[in-house]
Design a protein around this ligand. Sequence first.
Ligand SMILES: Nc1ncnc2c1ncn2[C@@H]1O[C@H](COP(=O)(O)OP(=O)(O)OP(=O)(O)O)[C@@H](O)[C@H]1O
Length: 487
Amino acid sequence: MLPATPLSAACCNLALKEEVLEDILDLDLSVSETDDFIQLVSGEKILFGSVPLAHRYGGHQFGIWADQLGDGRAHLIGIYMNRKGEKWELQLKGSGKTPYSRHGDGRAVLRSSVREFLGSEAVHHLGIPTSRAASLVVSDDEVWRDQFYDGNVVKERAAVVLRVAKSWFRIGSLEILAHYGELDLLRTLLDFIIQEHFPSVDVGEPNRYVDFFSVVVSETAQLIALWTSVGFAHGVCNTDNFSLLSITIDYGPFGFMEAYNPDFVPNTSDDERRYKIGNQANIGMFNLNKLSQALNPLLDPRQKQLAALILEGYPDLYYTRFRELFKAKLGLLGERKGDEDLIAFLLHLMEKTAADFTMTFRQLSEITQSQLQELNIPQQFWALQTISKHELFPAWVSQYLLRLKSNMNDSDSERRKRMMTVNPRYVLKNWMAESAVRKAERNDFSEVRLLQQVLQHPFQKHSTAEKAGYASPTPSWAKNLRVSCSS
Ligand SMILES: Nc1ncnc2c1ncn2[C@@H]1O[C@H](COP(=O)(O)OP(=O)(O)OP(=O)(O)O)[C@@H](O)[C@H]1O
């Protein structure tokens, strides 16, 4: 048994994600008002029969083998099988030291916990596989952090997030076993993971590890294409942060890109820009290669060859999905020669004009074809006004309108309706998260709650969100916000 270190009794604030509590954990919301619940989510109490544990894993961090990492500040407190028959693993993050804490304090600070709490839910509601967050508890317990690694250590407040996922196993979970030659354990763990989470793979099959690898490769390609399609930069794509189930995990210094820029990196500690948004797909390849190396000791020569071929197919899988997603973002139906050029041309103009990624696509979904044709862009379409300053914008518009004409059985209102279901009006931009964090630091959770509501329906216009400026240009105070992975 691995006890958590509870937050102190001064524990003062609680944010909840009703949907996760009700739909995943089958809990009535009134339960959250009980002492038992607060004690559970702040690490003070364990569930009857629960044996909390921390998981050992290793990983490649920024391309270099980091050896043993493990859950240094997270406790797995149980697995819950809900009414729908789904199994969910419950983890507290920030719940104190574990055998893998190394020099860390086992804590998470309020700012990073609010970001994980809001970020994971925002990503879920954009239709992207991710861990979920059920609750956030904040205390007055002191935590000391040198946020930007510049010697400026400041006092921050501790928080604990109750987060859930179908599984928290990562590429690093297998790497550590292969690295130390613990092959029996590697086999046992892999068979368990396949049995529990890969219904399409037959655990009795001699080729099961290759089949498993094939699923992870295609699901990872799909995940990263989805990230790209909404401008999501994970920020720290180390192999210990890449889920074997290809869900988004570890909400560290993630960010939604604002001005379109393939070099965008949300993590100010990433000087070499290894994890910039335009490099995420390549990093996916790097990480999958590390996964194949971890599987290698269990494969015969023919299986190794097969795994290498599967990995070679990854770029195609990624680009196919990328193309599909961006075609949908532009409302294009069917397959036409030149579709890729049309997408690339638009991205080029966005890059040159630093047009807002989310709102350019959203406003293309809202504007009518006749407004576009006249190149008469109303003021409310501020992102399109930005991109329209490029001298080649009229050329792009005429190619686009011509292409839309070739959509079969389509009308402009149907195109717009369709595009509005894939191009969000609201994403969790860094400035929004920062504004909510600053208020939460003062015990005002109103913006955390507002963002929770808004991001639950990112494709629908929401009057309070409009008033808060969530679909407006980034406010000037937030132009140079920095986000660190020291959390
Ligand atoms: N304050 C801390 N105390 C102890 N261990 C820590 C602390 N911060 C980070 N770690 C550990 O350092 C490693 C890398 O940290 P990273 O920020 O990627 O993970 P994390 O955000 O803590 O966890 P997760 O990936 O589960 O969300 C992990 O093993 C993590 O548990």
